[in-house]
Design a protein around this ligand. Structure first.
Ligand SMILES: *[C@@H]1O[C@H](CO)[C@@H](O)[C@H](O)[C@H]1NC(C)=O
Ligand SMILES: *[C@@H]1O[C@H](CO)[C@@H](O)[C@H](O)[C@H]1NC(C)=O
Length: 497
């Protein structure tokens, strides 16, 4: 019998912190999944009538923006290999697959006048294959790939997008709503608006640091609310699904117990997470944001605040437009008070006015923003519970990156294990209503401006091969065991040996 020796080896070497692990069990209603996004995995960027989107344009127009001049033209080729992908999911034993739909594949111009049959069929096939394997499809409606023609009219800075997005969402509810019971309108709106329209590091690459992010967010939030109402009024009764938004944040820990640092950490959470979730829960932006942006705008000579205002009608319309909150978290930062930034350069960062940094002793992933701080997710979940009315929370992304994509990915196992432990304790010790966990990502893929240099996959993908061969990493065994045993500490489990 080899198994006990193998298990011992596994425990001693790879589960280094087993004593600190939660001993709780994932409840029977708790579900596990894995995630990807269309531009990061599909490829087939111009096949079967798909239109151009802003990531096609962004990577093609100036390839120097992306590490090694990479792009998503082929990516993991999931457009052709979706049946293989479903088998990977089956191998993991997940309950659901969170993927996103490429708007330009369904509606090549972005407008809802003409549905591209081949594009619509691709997702029909994927969903059918998932259902045939007992895996629930969880769909992200927008994961950053806006149709280029809509960028030509200003993208998320144009109020017209509210109606256009709602019509796109309606198209998806009609096409797939009989099978899809979990919808996410937007993935990580802060990255869309701050990185896309503020600092310009992501598509469409606009640099409008003082106004772009706010206007973009305003349009996104209204678009989300409209899609929610479209679903409520026309589909909910018949289809019985749920809808929410996916908002990401680090946990922001005060650097010291000084009241000013505590205030700065809370302010950072409000600027990053509250910015989007506060309107959904309470109808409007966090008070601290409204006050600070208004005050600084005035001193800068603006007639009105750079943060747009919702009318009272809009507040009523937006408030309560979620069935759950989607939550992506990877890391934690420390926050120090920053004296009021000088007036002169209007920007979101100056409006927030905090110093944000990482403890250099924390373990790191390959991504420059990814530090391994498992206690952060527990604190964040408790903070959400107590500040946002104890909502249902779906952890929609969490994962670890390395550079080499090694199959012996013990660091990823450690990461997932420790974060899952923190989540388990949040559920059992603090009563946070976390109902699902989603590992990012099913497989190595196109990691935006880092190209293929940061690998998050449970499965390795060989990007040198035209077959884009997938291979299980060690973390596949780990995750499958967690899902099966519903516990973390494998070493204590006698049934395993
Ligand atoms: C979990 O149980 C093990 C063995 O009973 C124990 O050594 C460990 O301290 C426990 N861990 C926690 C976090 O309670
Ligand atoms: C292309 O992108 C690089 C890196 O962001 C930048 O330095 C360069 O100015 C860009 N070139 C053009 C023509 O926009």
């Amino acid at each position: 019998m080899k198994a006990p020796a193998v298990l011992w080896f596994y425990c001693v070497l790879f589960l280094r912190n087993t004593n600190a692990l939660s001993n709780h069990t994932f409840p029977t209603w708790f579900k596990f999944g894995a995630a990807t996004a269309s531009y990061q995995v599909e490829g087939a960027w111009n096949e079967d009538g798909k239109g151009e989107n802003i990531w096609d344009r962004f990577t093609h127009r100036n390839s120097s923006r992306i590490k090694n001049h990479a792009n998503g033209d082929v990516a993991c080729d999931s457009y052709h290999k979706y049946k293989q992908d479903v088998q990977l999911l089956k191998q993991l034993g997940v309950d659901f697959y969170r993927f996103s739909i490429s708007w330009s594949r369904i509606l090549p111009t972005g407008y809802p006048d003409q549905v591209n049959k081949a594009g619509a069929q691709y997702y029909k096939n994927l969903i059918k294959e998932l259902k045939a394997n007992n895996i629930e499809p969880y769909v992200t409606i927008y994961h950053w790939d806006l149709p280029q023609p809509l960028q030509e009219i200003g993208g998320w800075l144009n109020d017209k997008l509210v109606d256009i997005f709602a019509e796109y969402a309606r198209t998806l509810f009609s096409l797939y709503g009989n099978d899809v019971k979990h919808w996410f309108t937007f993935n990580e709106p802060r990255q869309i608006c701050y990185e896309g329209y503020g600092i310009g590091e992501k598509a469409p690459g606009l640099k409008l640091p003082g106004t772009g992010p706010y206007k973009c967010a305003h349009v996104l939030i209204k678009s989300h609310a409209k899609a929610y109402h479209v679903y409520q009024e026309n589909f909910k009764e018949k289809q019985g699904g749920k809808l929410g938004m996916v908002v990401d944040t680090d946990w922001y820990e005060p650097a010291t117990s000084h009241p000013l640092d505590r205030e700065a950490a809370e302010r950072t959470l409000q600027f990053r997470w509250g910015w989007y979730v506060h309107p959904l829960v309470f109808g409007n932006y966090p008070k601290i944001m409204i006050e600070r942006v208004a005050r600084r705008s005035k001193l800068e000579g603006f007639e009105v605040s750079r943060l747009p205002t919702f009318t009272s009608e809009e507040i009523n319309y937006i408030k309560g437009t979620f069935d759950f909150l989607g939550f992506n978290q990877y890391s934690t930062s420390l926050v120090k008070h920053r004296p009021e930034p000088e007036i002169g350069i209007p920007s979101y960062d100056n409006d927030m006015g905090t110093f944000i940094y990482r403890d250099p002793t924390w373990e790191r992933g390959a991504s420059d923003w990814l530090y391994v701080v498992p206690w952060g997710i527990g604190k964040a979940l408790k903070w959400i519970k107590s500040n946002y009315g104890d909502p249902e929370i779906i952890v929609t992304e969490n994962g670890f990156s390395d550079h080499d994509g090694t199959l012996e990915d013990y660091k990823r196992i450690d990461y997932l294990q420790s974060y899952l432990s923190s989540i388990l304790d949040a559920i059992h010790e603090d009563g946070v209503k976390v109902t699902r966990y989603t590992a990012w990502s099913l497989m190595d893929n196109f990691e935006w401006y880092s190209g293929y240099t940061e690998k998050f996959g449970l499965f390795h993908v060989d990007f040198q091969s035209k077959h884009r061969t997938r291979k299980a990493k060690k973390s596949v065994d780990f995750y499958r065991n967690v899902i099966k045993s519903r516990k973390l500490n494998k070493c204590n489990s006698k049934t395993d040996s």
